[in-house]
Ligand binder design. Sequence first.
Ligand code: ZN
Ligand code: ZN
Ligand code: FE
Length: 755
Amino acid sequence: MATYQIVVKGIVQGVGFRPFIYNLANSCNITGYVKNTSSGVVIEATADESTLRSFCERIQKEAPKLSRIEYFDFQLIVEKLFSGFDILESESRPGYFSLIPPDMAICDDCLRELRDPSDRRYRYPFINCTNCGPRFSIINKMPYDRPYTSMAGFIMCPDCKKEYKDPQDRRFHAQPIACPVCGPQLSLYIAQNKIAERDEALQKARSIIKSGGILALKGLGGFQLICDAANTSAVQRLREGKLRSAKPFALMASSLDVVSSFIKINDNGSDLNGYQHPIIIAPIENTSLAHIAPGQNTLGFMLPYTPLHHLLMDGEPGYPQVMVVTSGNISDEPMVVDDHLAFSKLGKIADGFLSHDRPIINRVDDSVFRIGVNTVTPMRRARGYSPDPVQISASIPGIFAAGALLKNTFSITHEDRVFISQHMGDLDNAETYMAYRESVDHFFDLFQFSPEGIACDMHPDFLSTSFASVMAERYQVPIIPIQHHHAHLAACLAENLLPLNEDVIALTFDGTGYGPDGAIWGGEFLLGSAAGSERAGHLQYLPLPGGDAAIKRPYRIALAYLHALDLLDKDPFLENRCSNQELHLLITQLDKNLNVFQTSSMGRLFDAISSLIGIRHEVSYEGQAAIELEEIADPSIEDGYPFSLVDGQFMVKSLFENILVDISENISVPVISSRFHNTVISASSEMIQHIIGSKPINTVLLSGGVWQNQLLLSKMQIEIHHLGLRVFTHHLIPPNDGCISLGQAVAAGSIMKGR
Ligand code: ZN
Ligand code: ZN
Ligand code: FE
């Protein structure tokens, strides 16, 4: 006889791991115990050595499907005698990292019970098991055990307790276990008055949706606003209430069949259906829901991921088949998570509030992916993914990275893993910034994290930068500012598990990033590795009149660029672009250099072209002009416009000149758009060859929000392959500024390691 102490780390808590060990041990006649600690699962097992060895093998081979073993170790310890095999109470050990499982979509077994009239959880909106249900959104503290979740206040009924304690039951040790007798319940509020509970609340909520109203639903990670997607006046009312005039809404449909009648999901159906259930944006199959995404040829769909969504969606004939399901907030504010704030913030929009009494601890938005012909790009990483870490190729010191200003996430690192927060949003909104600070505190708490260094953007005025200084002061550790586009490079390098010291070329194309020369960068060709890079090339500088204000009015960018390139007199439609007076003022502003910024932004170039060829002159959300420019392009066109590279700069005068010629010759917009895309690809390709020269570099990275453009991305990848080089982009983390905190962390970590 011998005794092994086994330690297993990874995603091994909240996924049915201990019951699995318990059953396996019993079936092998092993005695001992298993327990959760905040550093992972610890097992002590007594049997003969060959049994113990096969036990170790089977743990790794047969582990539950939602678990992920990242570390497995065992050692022989002094022989201990146990009377049986037990699951012991969890213990918390300070200073250790453990993985926190993300929220998971309802599993097939629970869905079957939800619809089975003979089941005791028939139509119970909070049904879950060890394989599904809320996790991160209800966790207060580690280790993951019911008293540390927002289920703490619900006392299990005898039936639930029996299931929870029965190792043969599929809810054995399922922490959020609940039933109609003992668990959370629904309530429906209208004008802040509770008017119904339980199934009656659900029925009334359904009739609000059916009659064209807007329902506020307390979902998994926050409130959502829901209405019948086919009802144009309900959708319009939602737009007005949310101050969101044109930005597309996410949709939910009850089945994959319904989704595929609206969008081309190709082989990506499984992405919609996995345990994450993100929103998938794909090209449209028909135009019946065009009012959901004005000016776009794509729609975003998700499938119901909680039992409550199923109960709301499942419908008799005549009941809405597709619903708008959008986050419950106004404009850029954070999603509302509690009833009182919901009443005050969403009271003017929603006709009713379907709420419940299980508190939301961590706010998590829905995750979003965009699908092209042969590309899948993450746009927002949150529910189902966070706070799952990203594995990187080497260990780095413990870093807190504050992230960017827009589409913010923050990161903390532990050895060779980076824990990236869920999508936080735009920090220039005061309430989002407050929510960000709270989430940082909570992450530090959950992971019992103490940083060795702090990383932030180089921009001196970012709120995240000043917050980083506060943190550096608090922990008495160095602060390391990282240039925005270098952070993009480092993020892409890290995410693809490339060696952190490998030299690469990174095409970091985005809207805005603070350059060390004070200009606004964004069309950058960087050469270097995680610890540092040099600017090997860039889009030529052009004037941005009024900085951020011009971003909302692409026609002013187009005019400013034409003026700078000395082409205003060649524009056949100059008179139509704005009033003479406005044009005159704009030219004066540019000539006198009043509040004019120099920019190499690729995003702004797309905006300018979008307006120049008549697609979009003013935008109501970020990226609108560029998205519409992409979607109108005819991908079969293969030629482009002339350009030149001068001193490592991509010069665009001949590009603009030739577009003006095409416009005056009435060449169609889809053709011009495609020729423009092809020009950016050819210029990039030539720049890459120029930079490489005789250097032994064979890897090109693509990062930055411009790479959300699936047409540009797929053609660029093919082009780089043709050059005989390897190309990497993002597949786990968005290429937009959602990846900046990962890049800052990895860059700062590499710099500290080198010191
Ligand atoms: Zn389940
Ligand atoms: Zn119960
Ligand atoms: Fe960026």
